[in-house]
Design a protein around this ligand. Structure first.
Ligand code: NI
Length: 379
């Protein structure tokens, strides 16, 4: 009990420091330095891997079996408006998604694991991942090869929908795949008074915007949760000229990874077909982001059971069409991404978002227990 109090005190102080000093994706130099110091002071090994920011530590025998823990460490380009005594000291940067809470929870878990190192039958690889919001820091971590032999990986996210003392755990997808697209429609410019001499790209693109609304309603199982949002429509620069091009931009999100390819194909076919029907053409840039998260049934059940054993209330995780790059790990490593209740607040990414630091102690102990219990589960 004394150990838990002392770890909770340490990580609460660290949490205040990290909250005051947010750094954006792939610029987490001071954050990394501070983490190195805290881990080093506890005698925790840090792996030599090619990451500019972020780091991977390990506790245990140094041998198989391997279990993984992951925290993301980056902040957002948001100006904090919480009025907290430990608010961001960098205008325009804020830990508005609670990654400061994730990293201090996992730091606390590392301290617990270190205190019980001789009881570990294998190794826990502990990832402090840069650039989650970029997104794609997970891909850099995977490229280091440090997670190659990891048999189960756990990650957490703050949830302002749950009170302190509650976690949200569900199998399958809890966050969506995130793809981004830009489509350029090309027509032929002309005088507004002589539309017959040109090809109007605005009519062409407008027709596509309307047609694209049929993809979710007509091509996708009504029981699935996916979306197509068009968020920018740009064309022309004056009142009496029909322009040459129109450009639209937007995002496709899916909880079902199988729907993802189907939606992309329909988007391409519709853009092409609509453009051709007006005598023009369409060109698409498709940028694929992370897939949907995919919590393995067995590890999800284990995460639920472990929480209950620790006196933590368990609710189903609310699914969201937001993205999370933890999903990249889940394409090859089984495991579970859990939501940790951090008390009601404004939504993540909002300038008034805040977490209740009172959730830290139990969160760190829970994450540590996931790693320790996972070894028993493997054998
Ligand atoms: Ni986040």
């Amino acid at each position: 009990m004394k150990q838990r109090e002392s770890i909770t005190r340490t990580i609460t102080e660290e949490f205040y420091w990290f909250h005051r000093h947010p750094e954006l994706s792939f610029e987490e130099f001071e954050t990394t330095k501070r983490l190195r110091k805290a881990l080093g002071a506890a005698g925790i090994r840090i792996l030599d891997v090619p990451l500019n920011t972020g780091l991977i530590a390990e506790v245990g025998t140094g041998k198989a079996p391997f279990i993984g823990l992951r925290a993301d460490i980056d902040a957002l380009p948001v100006t904090e408006q919480t009025g907290l005594p430990y608010a961001s000291e960098s205008p325009g940067k804020m830990h508005a998604c609670g990654h400061d809470f994730h990293l201090t929870s996992v730091l606390g878990a590392a301290l617990y694991l270190k205190a019980h190192e001789e009881e570990l039958p294998g190794t826990v690889r502990i990832v402090f991942q840069p650039g989650e919001e970029a997104p794609g820091g997970a891909v850099d971590v995977l490229h280091t090869g440090a997670l190659k032999d990891v048999q189960a990986l756990f990650g957490l996210h703050t949830s302002p929908l749950f009170p302190v003392g509650t976690v949200g755990v569900s199998e399958g997808a809890v966050t969506a795949s995130v793809d981004k697209f830009v489509i350029r429609f090309r027509g032929k410019g002309t005088h507004a008074a002589h539309p017959e001499r040109g090809i109007d790209p605005i009519v062409m693109a407008s027709s596509f915007v309307v047609a694209a609304q049929s993809i979710i309603s007509r091509n996708i199982d009504p029981g699935h949760r996916d979306l197509v949002s068009i968020t920018r429509f740009t064309s022309g620069n004056t009142w009496n000229v029909i322009p040459e091009t129109a450009e639209i931009e937007g995002t496709v999100r899916c909880l079902d990874n199988a729907d993802r390819a189907r939606i992309e194909k329909r988007m391409r076919d519709l853009a092409d077909g609509q453009a051709k029907s007006f005598g023009g053409s369409a060109e698409i840039d498709w940028v694929a982001g992370p897939p949907a998260t995919d919590n393995t049934p067995a590890w999800t059940e284990f995460a639920r059971k472990t929480a209950e054993e620790q006196g933590i209330s368990v609710e189903p995780a609310p699914t969201s069409l937001a993205g999370e790059d933890f999903a990249y790990y889940q394409t090859t490593i089984p495991g579970c991404f859990v939501l940790v209740g951090t008390g009601r607040s404004a939504a993540n990414h909002n300038p008034e978002f805040q977490v209740n630091p009172a959730a830290l102690g139990a969160s760190a102990a829970y994450i540590a227990q996931l790693a320790m219990g996972a070894f028993a589960e493997l054998s």
